[in-house]
Design a protein around this ligand. Sequence first.
Ligand SMILES: [Zn+2]
Length: 116
Amino acid sequence: MTPVADRVAARRHTVIIVLRLLALALIITGAIMLLYGLLVLGISGTPRHGLIRTPMYVHLLARAGACLLPGAGLMLLDQRIARWVVPMPRPECPRCRYRLHDRPPRCPECGLDLGA
Ligand SMILES: [Zn+2]
């Protein structure tokens, strides 16, 4: 690989590690809330919680879902997110930022010698 591709791959790898750690933290938190919600449901039936008097396990299960779903999404889409966060740089003229589709010897926009 080229040095640019190596740097991009290293940055994407770092982003994937961070995303997976975040996903793991969300999944563990969601799992704890899910188990606690099921425990509350199993022990006490339908205790009431909050102003609108919904059963407490509904709150716990909703919070568990609010952690588990983004965690699973991050785990499944980590490589796509990494490609979006760290895009492969496109070749462009260093002076005028004209996008170069191939490697011409001179920039067709400003005439800078690219040494190709
Ligand atoms: Zn140029």
